[in-house]
Each structure stands twice: as structure tokens, then as C-alpha cells.
Design a protein around this ligand. Structure first.
Ligand SMILES: [Cu+2]
Length: 76
């Protein structure tokens, strides 16, 4: 057996997000996070003020994900 391609360890983490007021905000945050390279999945829950993000830590860092949220106009 030969390893052709190896994927890094995938991490799933929850981020607190402040400033979301409606479903539009929720969608904006989800779009901003999913645009970050290395993010494979994101679920934003407005009621919980929280995003669950699945990402590859070899391709992105949590700080980059938080920065994307801030750039979209919210607090992470
Ligand atoms: Cu909104």
C-alpha cells in the first residue's frame, strides 16, 4: 500500500459571534466563513450566536476565520 495523498487533521470548532440580528446576518456570516480557504463546512445559528466551523488547520487558522467574520461586519 502506498499513500498517494494525505489530508491534514480536520478540526471542528464553535465560534461565538456577536452582532447578528436576522437571518440575513446569519447568511452573510456563513458566506464569509465558507469563503475562507480551508473551511469545508460551516453552520451558523443566529439564536445561539454561534458558528460551527469545520476546517483544515494546515490551510487556515481560527484567527483567519474570525478575521473574515469581522470583515463582514460582525464580532467574533
Ligand atoms: Cu441581519
Amino acid at each position: 500500500m502506498q499513500t498517494i495523498w494525505e489530508k491534514g487533521v480536520i478540526v471542528q470548532t464553535k465560534i461565538k459571534i456577536e452582532g447578528m440580528a436576522c437571518e440575513h446576518c446569519e447568511a452573510t456570516v456563513a458566506r464569509a466563513i465558507s469563503a475562507v480557504d480551508g473551511v469545508s463546512d460551516v453552520k451558523v445559528v443566529l439564536a445561539d450566536k454561534q458558528a460551527t466551523v469545520t476546517y483544515d488547520p494546515e490551510r487556515t487558522k481560527i484567527d483567519a476565520i474570525k478575521a473574515a467574520v469581522k470583515n463582514a461586519g460582525y464580532i467574533a
